[in-house]
Design a protein around this ligand. Sequence first.
Ligand SMILES: Cc1cc2nc3c(=O)[nH]c(=O)nc-3n(C[C@H](O)[C@H](O)[C@H](O)COP(=O)(O)OP(=O)(O)OC[C@H]3O[C@@H](n4cnc5c(N)ncnc54)[C@H](O)[C@@H]3O)c2cc1C
Length: 382
Amino acid sequence: MTPERAAILDSVGAFLARHLPPEEVRRRDAAHIPPYDLLPEMGRLGLFALAVPESAGGLGPGWRTVALVQERLGAGAYCAASIFNRVVGFGLVPLLTYGSERQRGELVPLLLAGEAFCALALTEPEAGSDAAAIRTRAERVAGGWRLHGRKSWISDAKAARWLIVAARSGPEREGPRGVSLFLVPSGAPGVAMTPLPKIGNNCMPCFDIALDGVTVSEDALMGEEGRGFAQLMATLHVSRASMAAAVTGAAEAAVGIALAHAKGRLQFGRPLGAFQAVAHRLADMRIRVDLSRLMVRHLAGLIEDGLPCRREAAEAKVVATETLRDVTEAGMQILASAGYAAESDMQRLWRDARLYTFGEGANEVLRDAIARDMGLGERARA
Ligand SMILES: Cc1cc2nc3c(=O)[nH]c(=O)nc-3n(C[C@H](O)[C@H](O)[C@H](O)COP(=O)(O)OP(=O)(O)OC[C@H]3O[C@@H](n4cnc5c(N)ncnc54)[C@H](O)[C@@H]3O)c2cc1C
């Protein structure tokens, strides 16, 4: 902790207290209201600029600070951490890594100000974990490209100003080669979205997207033609760091709720926490969250220092998401009927947690990647 980081966290705390206190988080969850209206305020506070170097128009403190901010947002209101990741992980990071000068010039100021964000459209009905099996096609036409295909489960797509669409542009019939990325205005003619009802993360609506002859200009191509898959893989580990930090914050919140309940609820004439079975359960929750935090902070340091960290990103994502899944499960047992009540914060964290062990790279697939890094297993595709 430095004085600068402490001041940033204070302003994040004040933002949460003003705009997303617990009763407001519950209200938005119950009414399925995303936090898009808060993006300009997050921009004004400079939160998105933390991830961007000063040379690119940002504030430049780097990923150690971003991880702390995401942890705080995740603990107070996961919906804010989630939209932060859409702006930073799916927007600023890919744009600054392989966006063209024109794309950076147009989008980066809007993203930094919280006036717009990008959604990532990779998944398709037949291509989830096997993302390299996508079938959406981009064909060359005079002056640009025409896209045909279908995308599934795209978070926040309707409110996003742009979709980063992964499409097959090359002659290769399958696999990661021949995939390119396109910056497509979400309201472009030929884009049709259908909401997908789901069981959690109520403030993050998801959509099935039909791309029916969507025409974009030549400069909609992001990065190199045919290198889109490699480009995505080169930045997804950064958005995983942001997500793992937020998930760690949510897990900290779950421990806090369970601990308060164990101290306050009396049964058999004693607080629940006086029973060793409950106390040990809480001690295990504490250990898991501390472990997760250490891994996330280590990863954030590697990213900030520009060091290789794909394995560490996979590890941190696996540990953080399984920690949240397990501590919310334990928390539900400690709260029992109080947790099962619709207004309980624990049930929301528990429901939401179910997504993260398979979203943004299923943990099984990430374990495969870790095993490959150890010289084990078979190489999937490629
Ligand atoms: C709420 C929500 C939001 C999402 N947001 C986005 C988004 O914004 N953009 C986007 O592009 N996608 C998004 N997705 C899609 C998400 O990334 C996929 O759900 C994820 O990649 C898993 O794909 P799948 O659901 O098709 O599962 P599948 O790929 O069918 O996998 C099913 C199960 O099989 C396991 N499995 C698969 N292959 C292997 C293997 N080789 N070895 C061992 N186990 C394996 C998986 O781990 C999983 O447990 C979202 C999904 C949800 C539910």
